[in-house]
Structures are given as C-alpha cells and as structure tokens.
Design a protein around this ligand. Structure first.
Ligand SMILES: Cc1cc2nc3c(=O)[nH]c(=O)nc-3n(C[C@H](O)[C@H](O)[C@H](O)COP(=O)(O)O)c2cc1C
Length: 214
C-alpha cells in the first residue's frame, strides 16, 4: 500500500445510473431523495460539504462545513467574522459540493447566500451542546492566535463565569442559507462515462433540466 503511486489510484464506478427522465423536475426534491439514500447508506458525515466562496475580485477559497437544514435553500452555521463570513459579506455568490463515495455520487450547488434571521439562528444555537455554545463565544475564528492556550483559556473563563446559566448566541455567530440557481447531480459510471444532470433556475422560477457530458 505504501508504494502505491498517486497517479495509479483509480476506481471504476458501477453502482447506479441516472437519467434525465427518472430525476425529479424539482432539484430540491431530487436533493432530498439523494440525501435520504445517503443517510440509509450510513455514510460517514453525509452532511459535510465543501463551501466555496470568493473575494469581490474573484479569488476563491474553500472549506468543509456541515449542512444543518434544507428548505428552499441549504443551511449551515458559522462565525460571521471568519474568512468565509467576510467573503460572503462582500460577495454573496457561493458554491456547495458534496461527495458521497459510498454511493459514487457528487452534488454541486451554486447560488447566492443570505443570512438567516436572528430568530432562526437563535433556534439552532439553543439546540447546540454547551461546549459548542462556549466555543462560538471563545473562538475568533480564522484570526491568528499566538498559541492554542489563548482560546482554551477564554473558553475556561467563560464556563466559570456562566456556570449553568443560559448561554446567548453571540452576535457574530449564525446561519447562512444558500439560495440555489444551479444544481448538478453526478453519478459515477464505468469507463468514466458518468451521468450528469444539471438544473438551471429560469427567470419565471421554473427549473430547466438537461444532461451534461461527463
Ligand atoms: C467535517 C468538518 C465539518 C465542519 N463544519 C463546520 C461548520 O459547520 N461551520 C464552520 O464554521 N466550520 C466548520 N468546519 C471548519 C471549517 O472547515 C473551517 O476550518 C472554519 O470554518 C474556518 O474557515 P474560514 O477561515 O475559511 O472561515 C468543519 C470542518 C470539518 C472538517
């Protein structure tokens, strides 16, 4: 295994296929169907997704975040002052990418991000374990810190100060909703002839769907 060369790593995909006739007309329904299937497959962290953002002059950055809900958009939570938070504040265009190897599937989603309302963010924040709530207060996410003890000490002091009291959501922490205008469902196929079905949101809010070359 140790001698395996990167360029020799390859898998032939054969688990399933995808056709423009079998997918839902509504891509959100199609996403929910695939999400149910990946939950049933007991995949590891199926709600982990790559969030891509960019500066106003188009310099991209990516990182993993956890999907925490789906309604007419895709919800996740973070620190609004983090690098991603600052990029989204100046350029709301973003992309989400899921890879579910257990099902040989990828989903790509693009659109604009909006902040959740205070009450939506409060509801989720209040459902989090105490340690996560403290962490949201203690960590100046994405800022340089001289040593890890600094953040740990802030967290310990907060725990002492707060005791068993209610921990309110810090104003710099909350949710975003990506409102999709483009989605693509990718199913791995043998010989790299993968199935790709794309959806574009039209000005009348209907979805156009089409096949893409692999
Ligand atoms: C599996 C996994 C899940 C993560 N989930 C989140 C999340 O939901 N929210 C978040 O802010 N960071 C999450 N992170 C950490 C981010 O990847 C990232 O390190 C952090 O948000 C800072 O990113 P930024 O400096 O680009 O803003 C997660 C990381 C991993 C590996």
């Amino acid at each position: 295994m140790k001698d395996r060369r990167i360029q020799d790593i390859r898998i032939d995909y054969a688990k399933a296929s995808l056709s423009e006739h079998e997918v839902h007309a509504d891509p959100m329904a199609q996403f929910n169907r695939w999400f149910d299937e990946v939950l049933n497959a007991e995949a590891l962290e199926p709600n982990a997704m790559t969030l891509s953002t960019a500066t106003p002059d188009g310099r991209p950055s990516g990182r993993i975040v956890l999907l925490k809900g789906v309604d007419h958009g895709f919800l996740f939570y973070t620190n609004y002052l983090s690098r991603k938070g600052q990029e989204l504040a100046t350029n709301p265009f973003a992309a989400l990418t899921f890879f579910w190897p257990e099902l040989e599937r990828q989903v790509r989603i693009e659109g604009q991000m909006e902040k959740l309302t205070d009450s939506e963010s409060d509801t989720y924040f209040n459902s989090r374990p105490l340690a996560s709530k403290i962490g949201a207060h203690a960590s100046p996410q994405s800022q340089r810190v001289a040593k890890k003890e600094i953040v740990q000490n802030i967290a310990e002091q907060l725990i002492k100060r707060i005791g068993g009291l209610h921990v309110p959501r810090p104003g710099h922490w909350g949710g975003f909703r990506l409102l999709p205008t483009h989605l693509e469902f990718w199913q791995g196929r043998p010989s790299r002839l993968h199935d790709r079905i794309g959806y574009d949101k039209l000005p009348n809010n209907e979805w156009e769907r089409y096949r893409l070359a692999p």
